[in-house]
Design a protein around this ligand. Structure first.
Ligand code: ZEM
Length: 290
């Protein structure tokens, strides 16, 4: 307990009144087209995943820099202009929410709405208003901070250790790939990771675990596109970075744990995803937890 002298400690801002309305609006976007849930999770992740602990610039979700160059034009963010456009009417209806809060909160709401755990979320991020403002604040994040799916375990560690995550958190976060799919016109890769890509579950780990139990379950797909793996049905895919989680001796035990124990996955995912969404945001700006 800090002694406070004369000054009464300033309380954290309460959860804003618009939070529940914004959540309902995000849920109805997803109800209209369930591909949007995974897309909004990817928007939240790419908004936040540029963070570098002690980095200059620090990156992370504060500032909503993805609306402007260079992040808007980063090839790693291809397709996310659709996610940002989807959220625009919600921003218009609730102008008090910052874009930076909206891009991250929508991902948290999407996870829960798709059957996943509640993601503890704190509002308080603010927005840059232009590319020039980002440049003059020396806050522009060059491309290359988000992970490259063609690489392996050491690259994954470079990227996620830079954000402050450990091996267990890396594996837990990767379970988001139960959701959604790859699009040839966005990343060059193709297809979904799971049979239920709009429902949050531990299926991604179950499917990776099949390779541990029956080596050769996943094989390299023969096609003109970038190297990816296919399952025996030919319907599902894994990226080289996904396969790295079972090739690496320190990642593999967490894949096995989460394949067996969905509750453990949900608990660890919720904690790590909440951490991710708040990386680099000044603690003093953040309000009460929703
Ligand atoms: Zn993903 N991700 N990701 N990811 N991701 C894609 C799609 C989605 C990697 C990656 O290269 C790709 C995390 C980690 C990593 C989601 C969430 C999270 C796609 C396909 C690629 C290529 C994009 C496309 O073509 O549309 C790599 C290399 C990662 C780490 C090593 C983490 C962490 C995530 C959240 C916690 C989601 C939900 C999607 C699906 C998007 C959609 O539109 O369906």
């Amino acid at each position: 307990e800090a002694s406070s002298g004369d000054a009464k400690p300033a309380g954290k801002a309460p959860v804003p009144a618009y939070a529940a309305k914004v959540a309902t609006a995000v849920e109805s976007l997803i109800d209209d087209d369930d591909n949007r849930g995974p897309l909004l999770v990817r928007l939240a992740w790419h908004s936040s995943g540029t963070y570098a602990k002690g980095g200059s610039p620090a990156g992370g979700s504060d500032g909503a820099r993805m609306r402007f160059s260079p992040e808007a034009k980063d090839g790693a963010n291809a397709g996310l202009e659709k996610a940002r456009a989807l959220l625009e009417p919600i921003k218009k209806a609730h102008p008090d929410i910052s874009y930076a809060d909206l891009y991250t909160y929508a991902g948290a709401v999407a996870i829960e709405h798709m059957g996943g755990p509640h993601i503890p979320f704190r509002f308080g991020r603010s927005d840059f208003r232009s590319e020039a403002e980002i440049a003059s604040a020396k806050a522009a994040v060059a491309s290359g901070r988000l992970p490259d799916a063609a690489q392996g375990a050491s690259h994954i560690r470079d990227v996620f250790y830079r954000m402050g995550f450990n091996d267990q958190e890396i594996v837990a976060l990767s379970g988001a790939h139960t959701l959604g799919r790859c699009h040839t016109d966005r990343s060059g890769f193709e297809g979904p990771w799971s049979f239920a890509p709009t429902t949050m579950s531990n299926q991604y780990f179950d499917l990776l675990n099949k390779e541990i139990e029956k080596p050769g379950y996943w094989t390299v797909r023969k096609w003109d596109g970038p190297k990816q793996y296919k399952d025996p049905t030919g319907e599902l895919m894994m990226l080289p970075t996904d396969m790295a989680l079972i090739e690496d001796d320190k990642f593999r035990p967490y894949v096995q744990l989460y394949a067996k124990d969905e509750a453990a996955f949900f608990k660890d995912f919720a904690a790590a995803f909440a951490t991710l969404l708040h990386l680099g945001v000044d603690e003093a700006k953040l309000g009460e937890t929703a």
